[in-house]
Design a binder for this molecule. Structure first.
Ligand code: CS2
Ligand code: MN
Length: 354
């Protein structure tokens, strides 16, 4: 197992200097966040990140994410040019020493929450998902309300400057079914996996977050059966998983620990965090500690330890604590506590084994 930590680059207030002081972190999980999805990454930019990370003793083995252009997910004719760019980026990343590329295949949005700084009883704040707010929401009507100003507050991801792009995307996805999305994913993987095999990179898909359908959009990477289908679709070690406990765990039907045990050999990258689910379908992100949330993180770490997991692990989102002013979910303090909790469990298991 190699412990890693997400770093957003030079603009990240959580600097490499700070990350270096967290015990046990060997690599930073990074990306060229300024490059739009679909564009080819420049070698000079990649090497600059590598040099920065190495100055602090970190490897850059894991990239999160090389984002997939919407035209690929939509299956438009223009996808081929974006897939070619993706392959060229993979080749360059491999040259720079990257081993794992995390990505997701969620239409329109990355993770979705209804509130970024939900107040907790202890004074901290955390990412919150209120199911009722989303369940019956008609996206086009919602866009209209925001445009007309009848909605004072929008939602994360629905910022006014994104509205026109959202409208176009919702329009385009209207006729795309889950099966269409599966076949577009298959097309993409059949194109990029041979490149990955040749250059020695693992493509590691991240589950949809939350792991159920929202806004009427197609959504496919949500449960055990979908992971099974994904892995057999292109049966190559290069077609791998980023197993995210918090994303999968948002759906109470998912038994995260048994999923880890079943697909262990194909997990290249482990995202570990806890969430607390409520009976009405809401959930809030908690500390990593098992008893604070609905996911038994001790059993999660034990599953990885038992299988001799040799891949990469990172604490996932954290709460915002000690008045830290930070990127939602990506402050220093709670994620550093997460690292220590995970390593504490790991070391104890290791010692018991010896
Ligand atoms: C999130 C995502 O849950 C998570 O880990 O931080 O932004 C994640 O990085 C992407 O969905 C992966 O492509
Ligand atoms: Mn995750």
């Amino acid at each position: 197992m190699q412990m890693t930590f997400r770093w957003y680059g030079k603009d990240d207030p959580v600097t490499l200097e700070k990350i270096r002081q967290i015990p046990g972190v060997q690599g930073v999980v990074w990306a060229l966040h300024h490059v739009p999805a679909g564009d080819e990454w420049e070698m000079d930019d990649i090497l600059e990140v590598k040099a920065d990370a190495q100055r602090y003793g970190f490897n850059i083995d894991v990239v999160e994410s090389v984002n997939v252009h919407e035209d690929i997910k939509l299956g438009l004719p223009s996808r081929d040019k974006y897939i070619e760019n993706y392959k060229k980026t993979l080749e360059k990343l491999a040259k720079a020493g990257v081993k794992v590329v995390c990505y997701n295949f969620m239409p329109v949005f990355d993770w979705t929450r209804t509130e970024l700084f939900h107040k907790m009883e202890d004074g901290s704040t955390a990412l919150f998902f209120e199911k009722a707010k989303i369940t019956n929401l008609d996206p086009m009507a919602f866009v209209k309300e925001i445009e007309e100003g009848s909605k004072g507050l929008t939602m994360p991801g629905w910022e006014p400057e994104r509205l026109s792009c959202l409208k176009t995307l919702f329009e385009r996805y209207r006729t795309v079914t889950d099966e269409d999305l599966w076949s577009n994913l298959e097309y993409f993987l059949k194109a990029v996996i041979p490149t990955c095999e040749r250059v020695g990179i693992k493509m590691a898909i991240h589950q949809d977050d939350p792991s159920f359908s929202i806004f009427g959009l197609p959504r496919i990477i949500t449960c055990r059966d979908s992971l099974k289908r994904l892995l057999s679709m292109v049966d190559s070690p290069a077609n791998a998983l980023t197993l995210c406990t918090g994303s999968l765990g948002s759906n109470p039907e998912n038994d995260v620990v048994s999923i880890i045990k079943e697909f262990g050999g194909r997990i290249a990258f482990a995202h570990i965090r806890n969430i607390k689910r409520f009976d009405n379908g809401d959930f809030i992100e908690t500390s990593h500690r098992a008893c604070d949330g609905s996911i038994d993180i001790v059993e999660v770490v034990k599953a990885y330890h038992d299988m001799g997991f040799a891949g990469y692990i990172r604490p996932d989102h954290g709460r915002h604590i000690w008045n830290e002013d930070c990127r939602p979910g990506y402050g220093l303090y709670d994620r550093a506590l997460g690292v220590m909790y995970l390593l504490g469990i790991w070391d104890t298991l290791e010692k018991a084994k010896q």
